[in-house]
Write a protein that binds this ligand. Structure first.
Ligand SMILES: Cc1cc2nc3c(=O)[nH]c(=O)nc-3n(C[C@H](O)[C@H](O)[C@H](O)COP(=O)(O)OP(=O)(O)OC[C@H]3O[C@@H](n4cnc5c(N)ncnc54)[C@H](O)[C@@H]3O)c2cc1C
Length: 434
């Protein structure tokens, strides 16, 4: 059906608009505002954090490089580091916690939600719009002119000089008609529904984790994954269940940009969470008196659309620890695949290896005032298997935010931002480890 043309009131006119307030968008908006840009952050939910809070994933990955057994070096600075420090000092975060051949940072999702509130409200130049789904864009002669947000009062426009797409789904790029890709079944990560269990004997549960795959093999043939984890939230008696795989009925990965698949995935996710919680109560030490208190706000989506940028980061780049002259962020998480059957596969980097993300992977040819950050940057399926996690999402978001601020305030296309200056700044924040 044809949607009739209509007028939209101009709600705000900024230097920088950031769409999506997940780890990438939070870092981008804070960095742009701190760099001096009048910034508007548009988020479809009523709080920030993306998968950090929406999906309650429970650990921040990709913050550390493994240099040897038990030796971890931070590879993410700036906002990511600040989040970790502030959660730790509030007793709501802990890390590095060794995990397989690498390490993670464990955190309390509720605390992360409140911390994000505090961080954005402390910034004078940052205007946060909640319940503001970016549903369209207005393209002018010199690139993007405004985003259109869907609100209860109908569509409203938010104009800016530079835009940062941190929607996880490359919504701005897609609405602009720019090239995006989505991997087919077999080359796209599956979704999961996280769930909270209360009244758990946490010490007993953690002590039994090593036996978890064995218990699933013996008693959990009906479960959607043959592994997974229960993750303490650092609150008494509470853990997160990270052990579901949610697919379409034919086993293909859910494409959450399709509302019917998204709806079916949410329903299936809650059903599978109940099933997994029942398994924990029956078979896992520490869960005899536990109960499922809630599922995450929404199904956790690992992979959808991403841009086809000026440089496509590859799995080979990740594996070889690639370096780039225009590097703006670093990553060191293994390539982690939730793809085949019921299993999760990890391909670890060699000790001492981290890779870099070039500024070109944040840019789309033909889009002079758009940058992209987070899990929808220009990367192939194998590179994304590593850089989609939250450590690099914070880092890339921060780089995009500073670059957007500089482009907006000096009136140059994003491709002409002084990369040496950007790198020097990021380096001083610990974002570009040696
Ligand atoms: C089940 C699961 C478990 C995971 N486990 C971990 C883990 O343990 N550790 C880890 O580090 N990573 C984990 N990940 C990966 C990681 O959470 C994400 O890849 C990461 O959050 C990506 O950050 P992002 O900011 O790019 O996107 P997201 O976190 O997806 O955030 C996107 C934000 O944009 C908003 N948004 C989307 N579209 C629009 C729009 N059109 N308008 C306005 N707002 C919009 C969303 O509401 C959201 O707030 C996991 C992912 C899943 C799904």
């Amino acid at each position: 059906m044809r949607i009739p043309a209509r007028e939209a009131p101009l709600l705000a006119d900024a230097d920088v608009v950031v769409a999506g307030g997940g780890p990438a968008g939070l870092a981008a908006a804070l960095a742009a505002a701190r760099d001096g840009a009048a910034t508007v952050l548009c988020e479809r939910y009523g709080f920030l954090g993306g998968n950090l809070t929406v999906a309650s994933v429970g650990t921040i990955c990709g913050l550390y490089r493994t240099d040897g057994p038990g030796e971890f070096t931070p590879v993410v600075g700036g906002v990511g580091h600040e989040v970790v420090e502030r959660l730790s000092s509030a007793g709501a975060g802990l890390g590095p916690v060794p995990f397989k051949e690498t390490a993670v940072f464990v955190y309390t999702p509720w605390a992360a939600k409140r911390l994000a509130d505090d961080m954005v409200t402390a910034e004078e130049r940052l205007d946060v719009l909640f319940h503001a789904l970016v549903s369209d864009v207005i393209v002018g002669a010199d690139g993007l002119d405004a985003v259109v947000i869907a609100t209860k009062r109908g569509p409203q426009a938010v104009r800016a000089r530079v835009f940062v797409d941190c929607t996880g789904d490359a919504d701005l790029a897609a609405h602009s008609g720019l090239p995006t890709v989505i991997g087919p079944a077999g080359a796209r990560q599956h979704a999961s529904m996280q769930f909270f269990m209360q009244n758990v004997e946490v010490e007993a549960a953690v002590a039994a984790m090593a036996r978890f795959p064995e218990l699933v093999a013996e008693h959990g043939a009906h479960l959607t994954r043959d592994s997974g984890a229960v993750i303490p939230t650092l609150r008494p008696g509470e853990v997160l269940g990270a052990m579901t795989r949610i697919t379409n009925p034919d086993g293909s990965p859910i494409d959450s940009t399709d509302v019917r698949q998204a709806a079916a995935g949410e329903l299936e996710g809650r059903r599978r969470a109940v099933e997994a919680a029942q398994f924990l109560r029956e078979w896992m030490p520490g869960f005899a008196d536990a109960f499922l208190s809630d599922t995450a706000t929404a199904l956790g989506i690992r992979e959808t659309r991403r841009i086809e940028g000026r440089y496509v980061l590859t799995g080979h780049d990740v594996e070889r620890g690639a370096r780039f002259p225009d590097a703006v962020a670093a990553g060191a998480w293994p390539r982690e695949y939730h793809v085949a059957g019921r299993s999760t596969e990890y391909r670890f980097l060699d000790p001492g290896v981290h890779y870099e993300v070039p500024y070109r992977s944040l840019q789309v040819p033909g889009a002079p005032n758009l940058l992209v950050a987070g899990r929808c940057i220009s990367a192939d399926h194998d590179a994304l298997a590593s850089l989609r996690v939250m450590g690099p999402s914070f880092a890339v978001g921060e780089a995009a935010g500073i670059a957007a601020s500089r482009a907006a305030r000096s009136g140059v296309p994003v491709a002409d931002v002084d990369v040496e200056e950007l790198r020097a700044d990021l380096g001083s924040r610990g974002a570009l480890p040696a």
